[in-house]
Structures are given as C-alpha cells and as structure tokens.
Design a protein around this ligand. Structure first.
Ligand code: NCD
Ligand code: ZN
Length: 343
C-alpha cells in the first residue's frame, strides 16, 4: 500500500517571489502547496515603505489569477527606516515583519543596513509593537571565511542586539550551522529560526560533486555534513522554535550558469515534498506538521490554516527546467527523482 500522510496546509515563512514577469512564473508553484508565505522585500528597488508593500502585495494577488493564497508582506530595513514607518507598517495589518539584510550580504542587499545602531529607533518601535525582525544572519566582512559568517554574526551582531532589545521578536532566517541551532535553542522564546529544505537535504559537497554546480549555490552557503545533521535534529525535534521557510529564490538559468553566478536555489516548485523527504529520512514524518503548518503561524500570531493537503510516498521526476519567460528556471535537483508527491 502506498504510504500517505495528511497535513494541515503549510505556510512558507521565507520566500522570494520577485516581481514583474518572474513573479507570474513562480507564485502559483507556492500557492499550490502553501496557504501563506512571508514574502521577502529584496526587489531590485527594495520594498522599504508600507505603500510599496501594498503595491507589491496587489501585484502578487493579481499574479495568482484568483487562486487562494495570502502573501504576508515584509519591509526592508535600511539605515534610514524611521519609527513612524514601522507604526504604519504595523497598522496596515498586511505587514508581518521587517527584514534585516546586512548591506552587501546577498542578492539585492546593497541598500541594507551598514550599522545596526542606525536602526535603533525602528527596532525600538518593532519591539514595542511586536513586529518581528527577520534576520539574514551573516556578517559581510570579506576577511571572515564564508563558512564562518553565520557563527561570527551570532557573536558580533545578534547577541548584542538581543541584549539591547530583549523583547524584540526575532526570526533567525535559514540557519545553517550547529552554532545557530544551539544559539536559538538556548535563547528565550522570542528568538526562533527558519530552516530551508535544501539545507536539510544537502551538505557543501553538493556544490562540487562532479564539477562546480551553480544550482547548489545559495546564501548562506551549504555547510559541512555535521551541521546538516544538527539542522535535521532541530527541525525534527518538535521544538516550536524551528519552522519551515524555504528561501526559494528564483534566478534565470543564465544568471546562475555564469562566470559570477547568482546565489539562490529554486525549491518552491516542490518544497513541501522536499521537506517530507528530509523528515522521512530522519524517520520523523510525525513531526512535519508542527514544523510546516503550526509553529510558524503561532509565532507570527496567525490562525492555523484549516485546509489540509495529502502527500504520498511516490517517486516522480523533477523537470529539467521550468518556463521563465524568455529564460529558463532550473528547479532544485532538476531531472532527479523526488520521493514524495503532493496529491
Ligand atoms: C536570495 C535571493 O536570491 O534573493 N538568495 C539566496 O541565496 N538565498 C537572497 C537571500 O535570501 O539571501
Ligand atoms: Zn532569502
């Protein structure tokens, strides 16, 4: 008999949808599996105001062609974000977090924060209003080894930040290291973390297997196997502090397969199936629903979804590429089999 499981319809607590033509190609992939998603604000013109977030939200909803899905919008924190912008954001009811990108850390992050102290006014307002800070937790200092940037961020930025704003709700996004898992585990309840499917499934060897593989390059970069095992342990622990955020980040094939390829993996096409695979490998499918459908909503103060989805243990072939306008979009593990399938 085929093995199948039913889950409360999940939410994706970290997603890049892009805008314009790209958005139209990707948004329905997410909406097929997820009820809601926290939408990243790192557009080429960053979403720094509530007015921009409203326009972006309208564009996303238009791209859905009537499919039910709720985009949970975020603002992009800059050195100049003022407390009153945070108040507007909170009042809007559709903005659910503010994203901290250290300037230059990743794709479209040039307008990010150069010194966190410049944001203290905004952070104070967020702490007071209960609006979460979503953190890309890597330092940008070129002197720091790329594999250590998350651990160094914990010591030099996150720890002092928490000390200064003890009641600020913080999501340490897409964590990749043992240090981050340990940090979140021992931090107070207002500090949580998201985990991607790709960091649960791959270690850093995947970037170099049989030659350099640009489609397995993302930020934070994949880490050693010992770290991946700690991520699996955290995800399947049943702790409410760890929940799903795919960090699915579409880039055209030509932008990935280039002499200076972009960071980002496209997992939105089959994200829930990939998470099911990761949990199944750890014999922890019974922990998948909390991780994908309950803990994140609770942290963000959202109602649990009422719909359900069904997943069956059946292999299917992931397409070699997906349509992306004039371009192609290469999904995670293109051409390989996925061992779980959404009904
Ligand atoms: C993201 C993107 O392409 O927008 N890339 C990635 O590798 N995850 C940006 C980010 O979240 O770092
Ligand atoms: Zn991201």
């Amino acid at each position: 008999m085929t093995h199948s499981i039913t889950l409360i319809k999940p939410d994706d607590f970290h997603l890049h949808l892009r805008n314009g033509e790209a958005l139209k190609h990707v948004v329905k992939h997410t909406a097929r599996q997820f009820s809601r998603a926290i939408v990243m604000p790192n557009l080429p013109t960053p979403v720094t105001t509530t007015i921009q977030a409203k326009d972006y939200r309208d564009e996303i909803i238009k791209g859905l062609d009537g499919i039910a899905f709720e985009p949970l919008m975020t603002l992009y924190l800059t050195d100049n974000t003022e407390a009153h912008e945070i108040e507007y954001a909170k009042q809007s009811g559709f903005i659910h977090g503010v994203k901290l990108y250290p300037a230059g850390a990743t794709t479209n992050s040039d307008a990010g924060v150069s010194d966190i102290k410049k944001c203290y006014g905004a952070l104070e307002a967020m702490e007071k209003l209960g609006l979460p800070l979503l953190v890309h937790g890597e330092v940008t200092d070129p002197e720091i080894d790329i594999f250590d940037r998350e651990a160094v961020f914990i010591d030099t930025v996150l720890t002092p930040l928490i000390h200064h704003f003890p009641n600020l709700k913080i999501v340490f996004e897409h964590i990749t290291t043992t240090q981050a898992v340990d940090f979140v585990r021992s931090a107070p309840a207002n500090i949580v973390a998201t985990l991607t499917a790709h960091h649960l499934l791959l270690n850093r060897n995947a970037i170099f297997t049989g030659g350099i593989n640009p489609h397995n390059y993302c930020l934070p970069v994949l880490k050693r196997e010992e770290h991946r095992q700690q991520l699996i342990k955290a995800a399947t622990s049943g702790s409410e502090k760890f929940f799903a955020g795919t960090d699915s980040a579409p880039h055209a094939k030509s932008a990935k397969e280039s002499s200076c390829g972009c960071a980002g993996m496209y997992t939105a096409y089959h994200a829930i199936e990939l998470y099911a695979e990761a949990f199944d490998s750890a014999h922890s499918l019974n922990k998948l629903e909390g991780f994908c459908s309950i803990f994140g909503a609770k942290f963000y103060g959202l109602k649990t979804n009422t719909e359900t989805i069904e997943l069956t243990k059946e292999s299917w072939e992931i397409p070699e590429f997906l349509p992306y306008g004039e371009e192609k979009l290469i999904p995670f593990r293109a051409g390989e089999n996925c061992h779980w399938q959404l009904k």
